[in-house]
Write a protein that binds this ligand. Structure first.
Ligand SMILES: *[C@@H]1O[C@H](CO)[C@@H](O)[C@H](O)[C@H]1NC(C)=O
Ligand SMILES: *[C@@H]1O[C@H](CO)[C@@H](O)[C@H](O)[C@H]1NC(C)=O
Ligand SMILES: *[C@@H]1O[C@H](CO)[C@@H](O)[C@H](O)[C@H]1NC(C)=O
Ligand SMILES: *[C@@H]1O[C@H](CO)[C@@H](O)[C@H](O)[C@H]1NC(C)=O
Ligand SMILES: *[C@@H]1O[C@H](CO)[C@@H](O)[C@H](O)[C@H]1NC(C)=O
Ligand SMILES: *[C@@H]1O[C@H](CO)[C@@H](O)[C@H](O)[C@H]1NC(C)=O
Length: 491
């Protein structure tokens, strides 16, 4: 009897912990993989769960991520890159094969909870000209047919993540919103198709880009707790560009007979580096207010029910294209290694939880040798070589390392290359201009990073599997006993 009761209590206790771990509410975010040293997927999944994220969006059907997400309790939106659209548009067979290999397989084999397939990524972006205008809709139709054929029609919904530049307003007010004239018919057909199939319209909205692109943009208006001059649209007062932008979309939908169309915000966030407006203070201000709105369930003036909002982004990506700007590699609420950049209240006073179990390379850096001089004829070329193969986006004007003197500037570049090359011995050479040091050269806010260990460095410590495994199982047993004891005491 006593034993039975203890077991019962333990069971209740476990339920309680499970509820706690899942968090009071579900948050959603993007998980991008364009890093030279991606965190192991199981560490990222733990990071997501620890921080209350129960929805995640992937830009591609990455096998490691999809497997790690299996039976995690996290719902997944899996993306199809634009360069696959032509092939998927050309034959339903291709679409069936894609769905089989990248959706069905993970659902049935790994228990991955895939809920959405995102066909393309901002395919109608102005800067792409008309490159994907002909292939996107047929690809969407073929993927939808393939999902139904695979017997997943109820569970998996299609969508297309679109940039907010698919709509505009001629009056300058949200009420004047409509889709861009040259894609208006296409948008209407796509939205009709999504609606018929229970799909969502996904839109990415970037107040940061509004501010970054326009030197005359009123800075306060980019944030949610703006107290400056608002935008007046009839009886509605807009205090921030996010609501105004979102309601421009709502107006566009209403004008075309889709007033009830469900919407997902596919990306929204603020970067911390690579631009004078991209810093920790601004990112914290924007993202905290955004999170507060999500947690409180705040909608926009024209649509009171809030959409699902996928934060952009979870972690920094040091191998992303910087065509749009240096800030592209710094959107994470976490650094590349899952460490915390700035405090955030994730709801009910819950603080951010950093990634656990991350393995780093040795605590050493590559810096400019004391004997070298900045007038050395090889220096410029060495820095430019280092920055060609590693991420120097923090060195730019207004960025976290933008104020370094020439010597530290060179050191930063050398170190980034050295770390990106996994601290390989020959990667700290640079015509004899560099040396390895164990003294951290960081000058806050400029961080001289140490890369994470992805098992590619020369002196990999011969992993002592047997003893490591023993320690792990011992630890697990200990935790179990501890949990039992705590549970017993609490209840
Ligand atoms: C970085 O991206 C480029 C293409 O964008 C790719 O060719 C390269 O393999 C990537 N590097 C790493 C280390 O992932
Ligand atoms: C998905 O499936 C197709 C088969 O149609 C395959 O070629 C492709 O590489 C898979 N992976 C991704 C990430 O799309
Ligand atoms: C609101 O804005 C002010 C600056 O005007 C800032 O100091 C404050 O932290 C912001 N509050 C939140 C919750 O972001
Ligand atoms: C630092 O290095 C960057 C990248 O090569 C370069 O653009 C910048 O001019 C350098 N700044 C100084 C102070 O040397
Ligand atoms: C580097 O230094 C070594 C020893 O002082 C010298 O032999 C070598 O030529 C130097 N290499 C370069 C590229 O300056
Ligand atoms: C591995 O563990 C064994 C004991 O389990 C020990 O004798 C051996 O020295 C260890 N090897 C390394 C490289 O740590």
């Amino acid at each position: 009897m006593g034993q039975f009761r203890l077991l019962w209590f333990f069971f209740l206790c476990l339920l309680g912990y499970e509820g706690l771990a899942k968090g009071v509410l579900g948050l959603a975010c993007n998980w991008g993989l364009q890093s030279t040293h991606p965190l192991p997927p199981n560490i990222v999944v733990k990071l997501l769960k620890d921080n209350g994220f129960n929805k995640v969006k992937l830009f591609e059907a990455d096998p490691g991520a999809l497997k790690a997400l299996g039976r995690s309790g996290i719902q997944v939106m899996v993306g199809i890159p634009n360069d696959m659209l032509a092939s998927l548009a050309s034959s339903v067979r291709n679409a069936e094969s894609w769905v089989q290999q990248n959706v069905s397989r993970y659902i049935s084999t790994y228990g991955t909870d895939i809920r959405h397939v995102a066909v393309g990524n901002e395919p109608f972006l102005h800067t792409y000209k008309d490159m994907f205008v002909k292939t996107t809709f047929p690809a969407l139709q073929n993927i939808q047919a393939a999902i139904i054929k695979a017997g997943l029609g109820k569970q998996v919904k299609v969508t297309i993540p679109l940039n907010a530049d698919v709509y505009q307003t001629d009056s300058g007010l949200p009420s004047g919103g409509n889709f861009r004239p040259e894609i208006l018919d296409l948008m209407v057909n796509i939205i009709k198709f999504l609606q018929d199939n229970g799909g969502y319209l996904t839109i990415n909205i970037y107040p940061f880009l509004s501010l970054q692109a326009d030197p005359n943009f009123p800075k306060e208006y980019a944030f949610f707790n703006n107290t400056g001059s608002p935008l007046v649209d009839g009886s509605i007062i807009y205090t921030n560009v996010y609501d105004a932008n979102f309601d421009t979309l709502i107006s566009a939908l209403e004008k075309n007979g889709f007033g009830q169309m469900p919407i997902i915000i596919g990306e929204v966030g603020w970067p911390t580096d690579g631009d004078p407006n991209a810093n920790v203070d601004n990112a914290r201000r924007f993202n905290q207010a955004l999170l507060n709105r999500i947690i409180q369930g705040v909608g926009s003036p024209r649509r009171k029910t809030p959409p699902d909002v996928y934060l952009f982004s979870l972690i920094d990506e040091d191998n992303k294209s910087i065509d749009p700007g240096n800030f592209e590699r710094h959107w994470g609420i976490f650094n590349y290694d899952g460490s915390i950049k700035y405090p955030l209240d994730m709801g009910n006073g819950r603080a951010l939880v950093p990634a656990k179990g991350v393995k780093y390379l040795a605590r050493q850096w590559c810096v400019m040798a004391p004997s070298a001089t900045i007038s050395d004829p090889n220096l410029a070329q060495s820095i430019s070589y280092a920055c060609q193969y590693s991420d120097c986006t923090s060195l730019g004007y207004g960025s976290s390392c933008g104020n370094l003197d020439a010597q530290s500037n060179a050191s930063y570049a050398f170190n980034m290359y050295y770390q990106t090359m996994n601290q390989r011995k020959d990667s700290c050479f640079f015509s004899n201009l560099s040396v390895i040091t164990t003294i951290d050269p960081s000058r806050p806010p400029c961080r001289f990073e140490i890369m994470i260990d992805i098992g590619k460095h020369e002196l990999a410590p011969s992993s002592n599997k047997s003893s490591a495994a023993r320690t792990k199982s011992l630890l697990t047993a200990l935790m179990l006993v501890l949990a039992l004891v705590i549970c017993g005491t609490v209840l």
